[in-house]
Ligand binder design. Structure first.
Ligand code: NAP
Length: 247
């Protein structure tokens, strides 16, 4: 399954890792549909960049946590491009604080967007993939979901949940030639990590054996491989891209 003329849905395409994955797949000839919630200008510029590469591009301003809106997005993508071949559940947020200070809303927002969002999109995209007996799903998770991080009980739980979803769905869909994998990231330089205090970043950096943070473009290359024809015998796996942070 090559990317040429195929269609990918990417949640959270406007910034960081989602934007880099969108551009990487478009460079390989893939039509791209993505969603976002706030960054309208950035969405318009991404649509224009992808169109210049000769690929179709569709942007949807909607919250992945909203089940019916996501279903509507997927219907429109199928109508416009004819197939849904790849799904990247990338949209995610953090609301970090210690448990005793964590508000119920902080818990609900993180679980709804990071975990329920992936359920919503996977369910909506499944019909097309099951019918075609072909597809690849990639869930962007975090080493925080494997090892747990203080101050992130909501985020760690959401990302651990995504790993469970990945493994269960890989079993459900394997018989229809659909692969489902997770990419567990360490510290990648994006807006999500950009606002962290410098002393905290220095402390994390000391724990990264490769001695540097990752960047969105190198994560996009790994994501493209996991979605590609070269990775068809990989399913239900959690691949860590973290510079050795969580060895
Ligand atoms: P980012 O720079 O904050 O970008 C987040 C993207 O998700 C934006 O496009 C944002 O849209 C979109 N988004 C946020 N809430 C959404 C919602 N409710 N519905 C639809 N789209 C939504 O984040 P990033 O660093 O690229 O992270 C991408 C993924 O990698 C996340 O799942 C994150 O947990 C995971 N990850 C990141 C790191 C890291 O170090 N950066 C490490 C481990 C895992 P707007 O632009 O409209 O806000």
């Amino acid at each position: 399954m090559s990317f040429q003329g195929r269609t990918a849905i990417i949640s959270g395409g406007t910034r960081g890792i989602g934007r880099a994955i969108s551009l990487e797949l478009a460079r390989r000839g893939c039509n791209i549909a993505f969603n976002y919630v706030r960054s309208r200008d950035s969405a318009a510029s991404l649509v224009s960049e992808i169109s210049k590469m000769g690929c179709g591009a569709l942007a949807f301003e909607l919250n992945v946590a909203h089940h019916s809106a996501v279903a509507g997005m997927v219907r429109e993508v199928k109508e416009r491009f004819g197939s849904i071949d790849f799904l990247v559940n990338n949209a995610g947020i953090v609301r970090d604080t210690l448990l005793l200070r964590m508000k119920e809303q902080d818990w609900d927002d993180v679980i709804d967007i990071n975990l329920k969002g992936a359920f919503n999109l996977s369910k909506a995209a499944a019909a097309a993939m099951l019918k075609a007996r072909s597809g690849s799903i990639l869930n962007i998770t975090s080493v925080s979901g494997i090892h747990g991080m203080s101050g992130q009980v909501n985020y760690s739980a959401s990302k651990a949940g995504l790993i469970g979803l990945t493994k269960a769905l890989a079993r459900e869909f394997a018989g229809r030639n659909i692969t489902v994998n997770a990419l567990a990231l360490g510290f990648i330089e994006t807006e999500m990590t950009g606002n962290l205090p410098e002393d905290y970043k220095s402390e994390i950096l000391r724990q990264v054996p490769l001695g540097r943070f990752g960047n969105a473009e190198e994560i996009a290359s790994i994501a493209a491989f996991l979605l590609s024809a070269d990775a068809r015998y990989i399913t239900g796996q959690v691949v860590q891209a973290d510079g050795g942070l969580a060895i």
